[in-house]
Write a protein that binds this ligand. Structure first.
Ligand code: TSB
Ligand code: ZN
Length: 583
């Protein structure tokens, strides 16, 4: 996909096209006022106040037509530089521009761009004439609160994209279409993985039976791995008192990401945004000797976070999530070794899922940001170097991101790119010298003295929510057989002659523990087959006269045209092996 933001020429064109769109909107809606119109990854948008009018789908076509007309007219775009006072005078009837201008320091020279009858405040640069803007498309529109604040007025945001030639535009639109097809929100709906309802709330998806099968299997998978690696799993409540989060520091450093507190009798609770404080208490429940460490406390734990309403997205960014979480309590001399084990587990899991498109990001503190990060240079440097060392030992490619560390320590994140929208973090492993101190945790060392353990926070899937979103997109919904809600779909060629045998196979496979469906509807074979492919069933059995006569099974794989025939026992063995191997 063409990277608009990274291409100077394309960025400039898209920016100019935002102005062109605004000019067209102004022609059609003379009272329209404009907020900001930046270039983004997928092109550009402009936030517009249309008074009481709301944009409809057909309006985009009208606006596009007007844009074409203006472009044909071919006016030059010219830049003008004025003082802040002049700008305030020029835009005195436009409260949005006044708001922008007031943010400039006294004495700033402000630039404006004019094309024909339209002038806009803008840093630029722009193309020389609107004639250059020929190959564009308005993509969609949505509501957007002014300054992203739900307390403010709702503006109309119109998105579009512009290219240098028709081929590039068409190719981009095709890719956009494909990305939409791959979007887990579409797949999740088509395959009945999850739903949302405004009575439950924004960013609070409900996992449907099919989704629950996927999630349960992911849970079992990672639970087995963690058991083998010495993790101990716990269950803890998804609320805590405000005091718990004051002790942990979240109240000071993470409050804006939390739901507001609620009072019950004398206690003040919050929905937890993280599980670390609970796990600190679990560790502190017993005395520990240096020989007991590492102690690895895991939980599939529900958390609540306040995510901006514009940011919530399907299962990928939710307000109620379930982390595949664990806190590893180690001695300082064990940090490197334990971190290595976590990285090995991440690589192992990604290998099992055949994931290749991911990047390691080493997230470091911003030494200037004394408010977010606790002030202990030595501790930070040591921690950051430890992580670097291990990554180098593995020979992994990674990049460093300043200011992305958690408030309690540096971390390794695994970044992936969803079908639509910016990159997100999947796995994470975070070093923490702070929390164990705040909870006064200790272990007894060789000499009988109390020492403070170090904590590694880690989530391999990240959350089950986000990971599911990601694998739905990676597989385009065609999940591996061990995860698939339906593993085998049984279709009789003709209900009249073959249904009895199909029924027998259906029951046999069900008794063998597979997730089976029998399609006994009175529909044509071709129709049922197509639907089975659309539903991404890994195995579709087609049972006709040959199969009835020979007591065999014929199947098609979701991604293949060929039909394979084998004995019932062979088929059951093959399926069992595949599911066991989780391949
Ligand atoms: C790993 N305390 C640590 C934990 O011990 C922690 O909470 N880390 S986190 O903030 O990075 O979250 C863990 C993972 O949850 C992230 O790596 C990401 O994959 C996932 N995640 C974070 N926010 C959301 C969200 N809003 N929706 C879905 N998944 C999310
Ligand atoms: Zn944690």
């Amino acid at each position: 996909m063409k990277k608009i933001l990274e291409d100077e020429k394309l960025s400039m064109m898209n920016h100019s096209c935002a102005h062109l769109m605004a000019q067209a909107v102004k022609h059609l809606y003379p009272n329209a006022l404009f907020w900001v119109g930046p270039v983004i990854e997928e092109g550009f948008y402009y936030d517009i106040d249309l008074g009481d009018e709301a944009i409809k789908e057909e309006d985009l076509i009208k606006i596009e037509k007007e844009m074409k007309k203006i472009s044909k007219d071919g006016k030059r775009i010219y830049r003008e530089e004025i003082s802040k006072e002049e700008a305030l005078e020029k835009f005195k009837n436009d409260p949005y521009k006044i708001d922008l201008i007031n943010n400039f320091a006294e004495g700033t020279i402000i630039s404006c761009y004019t094309q024909g009858d339209f002038t806009d405040l803008c840093r630029g640069p722009h193309v020389d004439t609107v004639k250059e803007l020929k190959f564009f498309k308005l993509l969609k529109f949505s509501g957007a609160y002014w300054k992203g604040d739900a307390k403010n007025r709702m503006l109309q945001r119109i998105y579009g994209v512009c290219f240098e030639n028709e081929e590039d535009l068409n190719e981009y639109l095709k890719e956009l279409e494909e990305a939409k097809e791959r979007d887990h929100r579409k797949i999740g709906k088509d395959l009945n993985i999850f739903m949302s309802h405004n009575l439950v709330g924004k960013g609070m998806p409900l996992w449907l039976p099919n989704g629950a099968i996927v999630r349960k299997n992911l849970e079992n998978y990672i639970y087995e791995k963690e058991q083998k690696l010495g993790y101990q799993h716990v269950y803890t409540p998804c609320v805590g008192t405000v005091d718990l989060y004051k002790t942990s520091g979240h109240w000071d450093h993470y409050k804006e990401n939390m739901f507001p507190s609620m009072k019950v009798d004398e206690e003040e609770f919050v929905l937890r945004p993280m599980n670390c404080p609970h796990h600190m208490l679990v560790y502190g429940n017993e005395l520990h000797s240096y020989r007991d460490l590492p102690i690895r406390i895991g939980e599939f734990a529900t958390d609540f976070r306040y995510e901006a309403s514009g940011a919530v997205k399907g299962l990928e960014r939710v307000r109620c999530m379930c982390q595949n979480d664990a806190h590893l309590f180690v001695r300082p001399d064990q940090i490197g070794e334990e971190f290595k084990k976590v990285v090995a587990l991440i690589l192992d899991v990604y290998n099992d899922f055949g994931l290749k498109n991911y990047k390691f990001r080493l997230s470091l503190r911003d030494p200037q940001d004394k408010e977010k990060y606790f002030d202990d240079d030595q501790m930070w440097n040591e921690a950051e170097n430890k992580l670097r060392e291990v990554l180098n030992e593995f020979g992994l490619d990674y990049y460093e991101a300043i200011g992305e560390a958690a408030f309690y320590g540096p971390k390794l994140d695994v970044e992936v790119k969803p079908a639509v929208g910016p990159e997100v973090t999947l796995s994470t492993c975070q070093l923490d010298f702070l929390l164990p101190r705040r909870f006064e945790l200790s272990y007894i060392d060789k000499d009988g003295n109390k020492q403070v353990p170090v904590v590694l926070h880690r989530a391999i899937f990240g959350t089950f929510d986000r990971f599911t979103a990601f694998i739905l997109e990676e597989t385009k919904g065609a999940l591996p057989v061990w995860l698939s809600p339906i593993q085998v779909n049984v279709i009789p060629v003709n209900n009249e002659y073959h249904l009895e045998y199909a029924q027998e196979i259906y029951e046999k496979l069900g008794a063998a523990g597979f997730r089976v469906k029998l399609d006994d509807r009175n529909e044509k074979l071709g129709y049922k087959l197509r639907e089975s492919i659309i539903n991404k069933n890994p195995y579709t059995l087609i049972l006709g006269q040959n199969e009835v006569d020979d007591k065999t099974i014929s199947y098609r794989l979701n991604n293949e045209q060929d039909t394979h025939t084998m004995s019932q026992e062979e088929f059951i063995d093959m399926l069992e092996d595949q599911i066991k191997a989780r391949k």
